[in-house]
Design a protein around this ligand. Structure first.
Ligand code: FMN
Length: 187
């Protein structure tokens, strides 16, 4: 594809320090084409959505998150599944940036979703809910290929703790290539 710089905002749906999903995100950063500039969003300081707070102006954490997405060519979400659905931290952050409804930074923004779990379901239900949420926000989510990583704890290097399962890494490369095509589809 084009060698022009692409700016990507990367969101991890887990705040946990040793998050498996953040390890997947790290692998994506390492495998991404050199012309991608990936900025990780920080959801840790985003308050619970409250229209009273919003009416006084976005908190700085929300303003920074919105600006990162506004400037991005595409947004990558790597998220766990909680109780067969989307983690509250992620849903809350997306709710903030979905406003104002008619001019939100999410409108027509290309997204790709991935997720990892020690369980066998690969975060399928969580990802389905993220898709539904982004559809409501008029974002453009890549239909496939999907990345549903089950048994993630068995796919890490014993020494470094990083993702080193060959077939998963090759699949991530295909996913990233497809995401670039998806982004250019709307450019
Ligand atoms: C509240 C809660 C609910 C969970 N529900 C699910 C679930 O429905 N499906 C699943 O595969 N894993 C579930 N898990 C396990 C997570 O996949 C696991 O904790 C995972 O490591 C979280 O992602 P992270 O490592 O990126 O923080 C749940 C974990 C928590 C804390």
């Amino acid at each position: 594809m084009s060698e022009n710089k692409l700016t990507i905002t990367a969101i991890c749906g887990s705040l946990r320090e040793g998050s498996f999903n953040r390890k997947v995100l790290k692998a994506m950063e390492e495998l991404a084409p050199k012309h991608w500039e990936i900025h990780r969003a920080d959801l840790s300081n985003i308050p619970l959505y409250n229209a009273d707070i919003e009416s006084q102006g976005d908190p700085q954490s929300v303003a920074l998150f919105k600006e990162s997405i506004r400037q991005a060519d595409g947004v990558l979400i790597v998220t766990p599944e909680y109780n067969s659905g989307i983690p509250g931290v992620l849903k809350n952050a997306l709710d903030w940036v979905s406003r104002p409804v008619k001019s939100s930074v999410l409108i027509q923004k290309p997204f790709a979703i991935a997720g990892a779990t020690p369980g066998s379901g690969g975060t399928a239900q969580s990802q389905a809910q993220v898709r539904q949420t982004l559809l409501a926000m008029n974002a453009y989510t890549m239909p496939g290929p999907k990345i549903l990583i089950g048994g993630i704890h068995e796919k890490l290097n014993e020494t470094t703790g990083e993702l080193d399962d060959e077939s998963t890494l090759r699949h991530i490369e295909k996913f990233l290539t497809a995401f670039e095509q998806w982004i250019y589809f709307f450019k």
